[in-house]
Design a protein around this ligand. Structure first.
Ligand code: ZN
Ligand code: ZN
Length: 367
C-alpha cells in the first residue's frame, strides 16, 4: 500500500489556482481513488502549455479554486477494475480527454468529440463529479490536472510508453507538440515541396516547422518577434525567417515565394496575423488556426481557413509516431524544453510568458 493512499483517499500536492493571474500555490489536498474506469497516475513531469497560462490569466475567481496542467507524464500506481489496456507500474503520457461515445469518437476522431469542451475544460468528470471535491478544489482539466503529484486519468487520454524513454522529456507531447505536428501532418496533409509559413515560433509553431521539414515542404517560413526563437526555427527546419517587428511580413513572403504560400499555420491568436495569413495565401491555400477560432469557407479562389483542435491527432497513434521520429533524430523537440522543479512553477510560467523559455517542463517526481 502506498503511504499516501488508503484505498479511498489519496493525499496529494497540487498547484492550486485561487486568484486571477496566479500565483499558483502548491497545497496539500485530497483526491479520490480511481473509479472503475480510471487510473491513478503518479506524475513524473508536466509540460506547461499556453492554454494553462491563458486560463490562469483569464480565471474568474467566482468559479472557485482549480488545478490546471494538461501535459502530464508519469507512472500508473493503481487502476480501476474495468481498466484493461494498462497496469500498475506502466509509464504513460497523458493527453486530451474525449467522451468515447459520440459519433465522432466512435469514428476515430476524438479531437472532434461532441463533448470536447466539457471533457477538457469542464473541471469535472463528464458525469459532473469531481475527484478533488473533498478539498473544495476542482480538477479533471483535460482529464488530468497535471500540476500535481498525482492525477486521475482514463484509458482514453493516456498513451503507454516504453520504460526506456525519459518520461520527463515526453510530457509535452500530449498537447502542444502533438498539436503543431498534427496540424501539418494530419489536418493540412502538407505535401512535399509545398510552401508553408508558420506564424509564431513557440512550442506549437516549432513542432509545425519540424513536421514541415520532415515532409519536405519548401520553403518553410518562420515568423516571430523574438530573434532567439527565429534562430532556433532555422536550426529546426525553417528555410527562411521573418522578424515581424522589423520586416514587412507580406512583402517578404512574396519576395521569397514569388506569389504567396500554400499553407499558413497561425499560432499567435493576433487578429492582424489572421488577416495577414489570408492575404499571403495562394489560391486553394489553407490557413490553419490553432487559436480556438473557427474557420470559414467563404474566401475567394478556393482559399480556406480551418479551426484545428489537437492537430486532429489520435494520441494513441500519433504520440508513439512522434517518439519514433524523435528517436530517429527527425523530431528533435528536446531542443525546445527547459526543466524546472515543481516548486518553481510560477517562475516557469513567467519565463514562458516573456519568451525566455519555449517549453517549460516541471519535474515533479523521479520515474
Ligand atoms: Zn465524443
Ligand atoms: Zn495545451
Amino acid at each position: 500500500m502506498d503511504h499516501h493512499f488508503d484505498g479511498k483517499v489519496c493525499k496529494i500536492q497540487a498547484a492550486v489556482l485561487r486568484k486571477k493571474g496566479g500565483p499558483l500555490k502548491i497545497e496539500a489536498i485530497e483526491m479520490e481513488g480511481p473509479r472503475d474506469d480510471e487510473v491513478l497516475v503518479r506524475l513524473v513531469a508536466s509540460g506547461i502549455c499556453r492554454t494553462d497560462i491563458d486560463f490562469c490569466d483569464d480565471w474568474d475567481e467566482a468559479d472557485g479554486a482549480v488545478v490546471l496542467g494538461h501535459e502530464g507524464a508519469g507512472v500508473i500506481e493503481r487502476i480501476g477494475k474495468n481498466v484493461k489496456s494498462v497496469k500498475s507500474g506502466d509509464h504513460v503520457v497523458l493527453s486530451y480527454q474525449s467522451c468515447g461515445h459520440c459519433r465522432q469518437c466512435r469514428s476515430g476522431r476524438p479531437a472532434h468529440c461532441k463533448r470536447f469542451y466539457e471533457a477538457n475544460f469542464g473541471f469535472q468528470r463528464l458525469d459532473g463529479s469531481n475527484g478533488l471535491q473533498r478539498s473544495g478544489v476542482r480538477g479533471h482539466f483535460f482529464g488530468q490536472s497535471s500540476f500535481a503529484t498525482h492525477s486521475l486519468a482514463t484509458e482514453r487520454n493516456l498513451v503507454k510508453v516504453s520504460k526506456d524513454l525519459p518520461l520527463e522529456l515526453l510530457a509535452p507531447l500530449g498537447c502542444g507538440l502533438q498539436t503543431g505536428a498534427g496540424t501539418v501532418i494530419n489536418s493540412l496533409k502538407v505535401s512535399h515541396r509545398a510552401s508553408i509559413a508558420v506564424f509564431g515560433t513557440g512550442a506549437v509553431g516549432l513542432a509545425a516547422v519540424m513536421a514541415a521539414r520532415l515532409i519536405g515542404a519548401d520553403p518553410i517560413i518562420g515568423v516571430d518577434i523574438k530573434p532567439k526563437r527565429l534562430k532556433l526555427a532555422l536550426k529546426l527546419g525553417a528555410t527562411r525567417v521573418i522578424d515581424n517587428r522589423r520586416q514587412d511580413v507580406a512583402g517578404r513572403i512574396i519576395d521569397i515565394t514569388g506569389r504567396g504560400v500554400d499553407y499558413v499555420v497561425e499560432t499567435t491568436g493576433n487578429p492582424k496575423m489572421h488577416q495577414l495569413a489570408i492575404a499571403v495565401l495562394n489560391p486553394h491555400g489553407v490557413v490553419a488556426l490553432l487559436t480556438g477560432e473557427r474557420g470559414t469557407d467563404s474566401l475567394p479562389e478556393g482559399r480556406k481557413t480551418l479551426g484545428i483542435i489537437q492537430g486532429d491527432a489520435v494520441p494513441q497513434h500519433f504520440i508513439p509516431k512522434l517518439i519514433e521520429l524523435y528517436q530517429a533524430g527527425k523530431f528533435p523537440f528536446d531542443r525546445l524544453v527547459k526543466f524546472y522543479e515543481f516548486i518553481d512553477i510560477n517562475r516557469a510560467i513567467a519565463d514562458a510568458k516573456n519568451g525566455d523559455t519555449i517549453k517549460p517542463v516541471l519535474l515533479i517526481s523521479k520515474a
